[in-house]
Design a protein around this ligand. Structure first.
Ligand SMILES: *Cc1c(COP(=O)(O)O)cnc(C)c1O
Length: 378
């Protein structure tokens, strides 16, 4: 059996007819930017996430960049201010902070949840701290009530990197739930093709309830302009095009169905993987995980060996991520990244993480084959 890590061909094929129709509708319309398709998608996505505003933009990195840049333009932050952020994240989260001249304060994750350790945050808050940026990495909830309370207590903005967690739910008290992307002050979303809600190219969005922030971001992503040929900010061209918006609107209708398919694969992995050499991340009680990725940890310096073994048996896997941001060349010699900076859990995760095949088109038979191979590995 050949089991790819993710087949985008199959993911697109699942909704092929609707996608063809949507793309052709835009092709035939003669209107390719800032039109009805963006309007519709933004309205539907804001409704889905549960925020007042959704602003489409070029990609997920820009979405995060615009959030911090808008806070600077609005006088909420200034270059040199600090943002608390998990040390184990995709580089884009950190780039959005440093791109704006802000200083990332890297906090270790918990090894059992792979999410920022909220017991380590308060000791890192200083006069210069202006925000906590949480990352719902792997489609797993990073928010905790304690993080919400710290933001209130120290008057910090809560920014969510929701690039990997479209549809993830936080169950508040009672039966109520809120979706990630609506838990803080603003959230950046990526629609990179491989994400849970993926375009057929690049795309991103910001969600927020904040009117002023939304207006600033809409301007920044459109050259800094709110009125044609009048420029309030030195912005950039960072727009979501009409074809991608039309594609995303189709895929948003099927997102919950896709998430259920991912959850079924994940449940199978959880119920059946029993190799003692492998650690599965803890399942959290107050959330519905959307399993963008299914990370496992392989200790004893044997991760790469397992990856090769699976590869030799036709199973594709990917490492997320082999080099932590503070170990990247681009961040050598930064004031916040001294050679003494010690982040052993982050580094351990980088050495031990392996993501198993996971997608809405994967079958239980394929998951069973992955499990059989893993459980017979010694
Ligand atoms: C994908 C991703 C981004 C960036 O999104 P792009 O659309 O690729 O720019 C940001 N943060 C995380 C955690 C991601 O996985």
């Amino acid at each position: 059996m050949n089991i790819p890590f993710l087949s985008l061909h199959d993911v697109t094929a699942k909704y092929k007819d609707e996608l063809h129709e949507a793309v052709l509708r835009v092709v035939d319309s003669g209107w390719y930017l800032q039109g009805k398709e963006n309007e519709e998608f933004e309205k539907h996505y804001a409704e889905y996430i549960g925020t007042k505003h959704c602003i489409g933009c070029a990609n997920g990195l820009d979405a995060l960049i615009w959030i911090f840049r808008a806070y600077i333009e609005l006088g909420v932050m200034k270059p040199g201010d600090e943002v608390i952020v998990p040390a184990n994240t995709y580089i884009a989260t950190i780039l959005a902070i440093t791109e704006n001249g802000l200083v990332p304060v890297l906090v270790e994750p918990r090894k059992d949840t792979l999410q920022i350790d909220d017991s380590l945050i308060e000791e890192r808050i200083t006069e210069r701290t202006k925000a906590i940026c949480i990352v719902h990495l792997y489609g797993r909830l990073a928010y905790t009530e304690k993080i919400g309370e710290l933001c209130k207590k120290y008057n910090l903005k809560l920014v969510e990197d929701n690039a990997q967690a479209h549809g993830c739910k936080f169950e508040a008290k009672g039966n109520e739930y809120k979706r990630t992307g609506s838990l803080g002050d603003a959230a950046g979303h990526s629609f990179y093709p491989g994400k849970n809600l993926g375009a057929l190219g690049d795309g991103g969005a910001v969600t927020t309830d904040d009117d002023e922030l939304a207006a600033a971001i809409r301007a920044l992503a459109n050259y800094g302009s709110q009125k044609k040929y009048v420029f309030k900010y030195t912005g950039r061209n960072s727009r979501l095009d009409e074809i991608q918006a039309a594609v995303l609107d189709v895929k948003l209708c099927h997102l919950d169905e896709d998430l259920k398919a991912r959850q079924a694969i994940a449940a199978y992995y959880y119920d059946n993987i029993n190799n003692p050499l492998i650690t599965l991340p803890k399942r959290l009680p107050n959330t519905e995980n959307v399993y963008h990725l299914f990370p496992i940890l392989v200790g004893g310096e044997r991760r790469d060996e397992l990856q090769k073994y699976l590869e030799a048996n036709g199973v594709g896997t990917v490492i997320h991520y082999p080099i932590a941001p503070h170990k990247q060349e681009c961040y050598a010699n930064e004031g916040w990244n001294t050679p003494q900076l010690s982040l052993p859990i982050t580094e351990q995760i980088a050495d031990e993480e392996l993501s198993l095949p996971m997608s809405p088109t994967m079958t239980i038979e394929e998951a069973a084959e992955v499990v059989r191979l893993i459980n017979s590995w010694k």
